[in-house]
Design a protein around this ligand. Structure first.
Ligand code: SF4
Length: 205
């Protein structure tokens, strides 16, 4: 896993707040990562770029190419924030874990704190599904920030877009600075959600 520093969104439930600023002390140079990957050739199968938000990195495609040239398969965890760069790296990746946060309208802004964030995410989701790259869509959920009606609406939209594999991730409060639940997570109707997808699972907190 390569954790990329920096994310322009401010999701209430982010549990990696230390990765949000674009700059931070104690980072590891990409050249050092490459050296490690060279030493581990044949021992590791894949490199997964995570974050933060990997598509915030101008050097993402070059880094993926370098890892691929060493024989690694490439994974990407992304919320599809920078849709142009997201589309640019799709031909380089073998698998994507895509964070779908809410119905792609004003609900998105409520979670991310950023205007038009739903439009960027939707453009990236469409590009991913059109690419045919193996992928999983996932949503972090707590009733305190996404109602069951919104969750159902999101599931319907994802299904209509062609999502095959969907994971509902229960909110974890470890590391989360901005969101303290004032209510218990209400059980979502998992059976109703599962009906939208050929593959559905719940990832417990
Ligand atoms: S997009 Fe991901 S990394 Fe960025 S604030 Fe939201 S949860 Fe955190």
């Amino acid at each position: 896993m390569v954790y990329c520093q920096g994310c322009p969104w401010r999701c209430a439930y982010c549990h990696n707040p230390h990765l949000l600023p674009a700059e931070a002390a104690g980072g590891i140079a990409w050249s050092e990562v490459l050296e490690l990957l060279q030493r581990r050739r044949g021992l590791l199968d894949a490199v997964v770029f995570s974050g933060g938000e990997p598509t915030a990195q101008p050097g993402l495609a070059a880094a993926m190419r370098a890892a691929k040239a060493l024989g690694y398969r490439i994974g990407l965890h992304s919320a599809g924030i920078y849709s142009r760069r997201f589309a640019e790296v799709l031909p380089l990746v073998d698998w994507v874990g895509f964070d779908a946060k809410a119905p792609f309208d004003a609900s998105y802004e409520r979670i991310t704190g950023v205007r038009a964030s739903g439009e960027a995410a939707l453009a990236s989701a469409r590009a991913l599904l059109a690419s045919g790259v193996d992928c999983e869509f996932r949503t972090t959920w707590h009733a305190g920030f996404l109602s069951t009606a919104e969750l159902e609406r999101l599931a319907r939209t994802l299904s209509e877009l062609g999502v095959q594999r969907y994971v509902l991730q229960e909110f974890r409060d470890s590391g989360c600075l901005a969101f303290r639940p004032t209510q218990d997570a209400v059980e979502a109707d998992l059976v109703a959600l599962a009906r939208h997808f050929p593959q559905f699972s719940l990832r417990p907190a």
